[in-house]
Each structure stands twice: as structure tokens, then as C-alpha cells.
Design a protein around this ligand. Structure first.
Ligand SMILES: [Zn+2]
Length: 257
């Protein structure tokens, strides 16, 4: 019933977490499945391998992370297409792709990021897959590119960090989903609380983005896909969001066969 729509299991493993145990615990905690995202270009291979290893429980994204565009090989599209063709049933979306203008070093690659984002959206449309978008301090740039694909692109914004105005634009104009992470549970994040209380319940999904951003009460330790239940719990108690509704949303958001 509970789904973590965005996690980095490979980074958890690098930090000494035993994924066999992690996945077993998740299975025993009513978690239906986990979506594994990418960071470095090489992690596209790791991610699809994890989806093979934990078949029908871990599914994969493939793409080029906006913080990593400068390191992608020239023939990245060809490589991703080959990888996708060999792993069709394991890949549920193209992601995480998008625009990140949060850090001084990511601002430097802005032009390249915009090119990659547009190319990878075309790639998702061509392959009839939704996208998971990473957008940090870059609403205008993200939205402008997505708008070019209005009516053709589908997907959602992962680890949403903007406010109601931006969420409404993504929903009304692009029919996108909004994915909230552990940061939803932070008392200071009034903008997220306002957003989740005002947007349609049919457009809400949840994730951990583990090992990053553990929910309140778990900070200081690596986040885990299991803790997606904390996000669900918070959303249910504070905003009346039912996990069955969210499960229906996930099925519409991702390519689940
Ligand atoms: Zn991520």
C-alpha cells in the first residue's frame, strides 16, 4: 500500500546499509514497492541492476541528474535507449531529470542542464514514459521547458520544495503530480503544509529521497525507504490524506505494469 516513489538505495549501500535487510524490512512493513533513482551517470547501471536483484519490488529510473550533466558521455541517449530496451519492465519513469540552480557550481552548468532536460523530456515522450523532475531554485526555468511539451509530457515533481503557486501551475497546466519527501514533516516548512492542504488529493504522492532528508524524529541518521510511512502518517494526521488514494495516484503517475 505504501510506495516510496524516490530513493537512492545505492547510496544507502555505500553508507554501510545492508540492502537485503532493508528490502526485507520494507516488504514486512506494507511497503508495496520502491523506486530507485540515479545520481551519477554510472548509477543508471547500478539502478537497473538493483531492479533486477529485487525484482518486482525495486523499480528503476534512468536519466541524467541535473547536477551531473557535465559528466555524461556524448552518446548518453544511445546508452540510455539501449539500457531501457533491455530493462523495459523495470523502468517506471525517466528521472531524475530537471534543473538545479541551487549551488554556485550547478548555476555554472545552467545552459547544459536546460539542453539535457529538453532532450530527456523528448526521450520520455518517444518512449511513452513519465518523468520524475528534480527542480531546485529553478521554477521558472523548469516550467518554461515543461510547457513546451504540454499535453505530451506526463510525470511529477520529486521532493517538491516550492509553494502553492508553483504546485498549482504544475497541476493545472501540465496535469503533474507533486511528490512530497520527509521535509514535509519539518515544522518550519509552512509552504509545504499550505501546498499539500490546498492542492487536489488526486495529485499527491510520497517519497523519501533516502538517504537524504530524514523525517522529523529521525534526523542525524541516514533516511530509509521504510520511513516513507512517516510521511504518509504525517499527511494523514495533519491533512487527512488517505494512503489508498495515494496508491491510486502512484499508479497513474508511474508506468506500472
Ligand atoms: Zn534523488
Amino acid at each position: 500500500m505504501f510506495v516510496d516513489t524516490h530513493s537512492h538505495l545505492d547510496i544507502l549501500e555505500e553508507r554501510g546499509i545492508d540492502l537485503e535487510i532493508e528490502v526485507e524490512n520494507a516488504k514486512n512493513s506494507e511497503i508495496s514497492f520502491i523506486v530507485q533513482s540515479i545520481d551519477s551517470f554510472e548509477s543508471n547501471f547500478t539502478s537497473t541492476q538493483l531492479a533486477e536483484k529485487f525484482k518486482n519490488f525495486v523499480f528503476s529510473l534512468i536519466g541524467v541528474h541535473p547536477q551531473q550533466v557535465q559528466f555524461a558521455p556524448k552518446n548518453y541517449l544511445e546508452i540510455l535507449q539501449n539500457l531501457l530496451d533491455r530493462n523495459r519492465e523495470k523502468v517506471v519513469a525517466i528521472g531524475e531529470i530537471g534543473v538545479d540552480l541551487h549551488y554556485p557550481e550547478t548555476k555554472e552548468t545552467k545552459k547544459l542542464q536546460l539542453e539535457f532536460f529538453e532532450t530527456l523530456i523528448s526521450f520520455s515522450v518517444k518512449n511513452s514514459l513519465p518523468i520524475e523532475v528534480h527542480s531546485w531554485d529553478s521554477f521558472d526555468e523548469t516550467f518554461e521547458i515543461l510547457k513546451k511539451f504540454k499535453g505530451r509530457v506526463r510525470g511529477g515533481i520529486h521532493s517538491f520544495s516550492y509553494g502553492f503557486f508553483e504546485a498549482k501551475k504544475f497541476i493545472d497546466e501540465l496535469d503533474f503530480f507533486i511528490s512530497f519527501a520527509g521535509s514535509l514533516t519539518y515544522p518550519k516548512n509552512q509552504n509545504l503544509h499550505e501546498t499539500i492542504s490546498k492542492i487536489p488529493k488526486e495529485k499527491i504522492v510520497f517519497e523519501t529521497d533516502s538517504p537524504f532528508m530524514p523525517p522529523t524524529g529521525f534526523r542525524g541518521k541516514p533516511n530509509s525507504p521504510l520511513l516513507v510511512k512517516e510521511v504518509y502518517k504525517f499527511a494523514k494526521e495533519r491533512f487527512g490524506i488517505d494512503e489508498r488514494q495515494v496508491f491510486e495516484n502512484v499508479k497513474k503517475f508511474l508506468k506500472i505494469t
